[in-house]
Design a protein around this ligand. Structure first.
Ligand code: TRP
Length: 363
């Protein structure tokens, strides 16, 4: 299908309205010649620098020359047990973090997944075009369900990737910037889109994943054989976006290295040092190679200190902005409201096309 076949379908169906969305009461242009970028994040509490360098930083960088749509996926969050008040609070905090890292509501559409009911409706239809077999092969599902008794694995956890496919396909997304851990879900989304298109003619844009090269795999500071994770029991293994500078520096100073003195990039032989070099490169926006040359002749102690300082510098303006946004609920709400209105309009118009294709009667 032509790149924007779906968009022209929509245009035919909704001649004037499709190219625009409302923001703060003003009609904004949603440029059809641009690629649509969509990504989602779970409001699961504090975010680590792994989330930041692996995904969020790229979201902020991907707002020019595209139609960016960023979604806080609260419906995905409830695939595991949540305390309602905590989820509500974290959803607002997540929005403030996204604004603080530089998601600009004048360029991007920022909204909460449950505010656009078309996601759930499309997910139902896509469920009817997805197979138990392919969902059973998702490694994230296997990992998450392993710890559970087979009888008590929730259907939502199993079906998680289909809702994710609905998120993406509801906006005719071209590009999905995500961490490497989402690759299998993106492949599944593409398979579902192609399957649907084959059955009903061109309907969905088949999206492409965009996986960041640097920083996608920020590793644990205390055990560089593992990914950095904020659910790690050892608090020294991860650094949070909103963490105090002093605490950040201490964690880097304690980072596990190796017993050779030489600073070089070799993820197999020197995972700890290589992880520090990658974090440094990601924080200072230079290549890993250039980072290595900057540290030529220095010891591990100095390396750790400088990596910590670079991370603190990178996070400083984010933390300042977060402090402001977290004091201004009315502003954050107004951004989310405008985002929800726009998202609803786009997703509903795509859903309508899908409903017609599968044979739902319309009045
Ligand atoms: N599953 C993603 C994650 O855990 C979050 C997500 C939900 C998402 N829907 C999405 C990412 C759509 C990209 C596009 O990171």
């Amino acid at each position: 299908m032509g790149e924007n076949a779906l968009l022209s379908n929509i245009k035919a169906a909704m001649p004037e309205r499709r190219a625009h969305f409302r923001r703060f009461g003003t009609l904004m242009e949603f440029d059809k010649s641009r690629k649509t970028v969509f990504s989602g994040i779970q409001p699961s509490g504090e975010f680590s620098i792994g989330n930041y360098f692996g995904a969020l930083k790229h979201w902020a960088a991907m707002q020019e020359g595209v139609n960016p749509i960023y979604c806080i996926v609260d419906m995905h969050a409830i695939t595991v047990p949540q305390d309602p008040e905590t989820l509500r609070r974290r959803t607002l905090e997540c929005a403030a973090v996204l604004l603080a890292i530089g998601i600009d509501p004048d360029k991007s559409l920022l909204f909460i997944q449950s505010h656009a009911s078309a996601h759930a409706e499309l997910a139902w239809i896509l469920n009817c075009f997805s197979y138990m077999g392919e969902l059973s092969r998702m490694t994230q599902f296997k990992d998450k369900s392993q710890k559970l008794n087979a009888e008590s694995i929730r259907v939502g956890l199993f079906d998680y990737p289909v809702l994710m496919a609905a998120d993406i396909l509801a906006y005719q997304t071209d590009i999905v910037p995500v961490g490497e851990d989402q690759r299998q879900h993106i492949e599944l989304t593409r398979d579902i889109a192609v399957r649907f298109n084959q059955a009903f003619g061109d309907t969905f844009t088949v999206p492409e994943g965009r996986y960041a090269e640097i920083g996608t795999k920020v590793l644990s500071l205390s055990d560089p054989s593992k990914k950095m994770s904020k659910s790690d029991e050892n608090r020294n293994s991860y650094v949070l976006i909103l963490e105090e500078p002093e605490s950040i520096l201490n964690k880097f100073k304690r980072a596990v290295t190796d017993s050779e003195p030489e600073i070089r990039y070799d993820p197999k032989a020197k995972p700890g040092i290589s992880n520090l070099l990658e974090i440094y490169a990601a924080a200072s926006g230079i290549s890993v190679q250039d980072s290595v040359s900057q540290f030529d002749g220095l010891g591990y102690g100095e390396l750790k200190k400088r990596v910590g300082e670079a991370v603190i510098e990178e996070l400083r303006p984010i933390q300042e902005k977060y402090a402001e946004f977290s004091k201004d609920k009315a502003y954050v709400d107004s951004v989310l409201k405008a985002g929800a209105d726009a998202a609803r309009e786009i997703a509903a118009s795509n859903l309508k096309i899908v409903q017609e294709k599968v044979g739902f009667y319309s009045l």
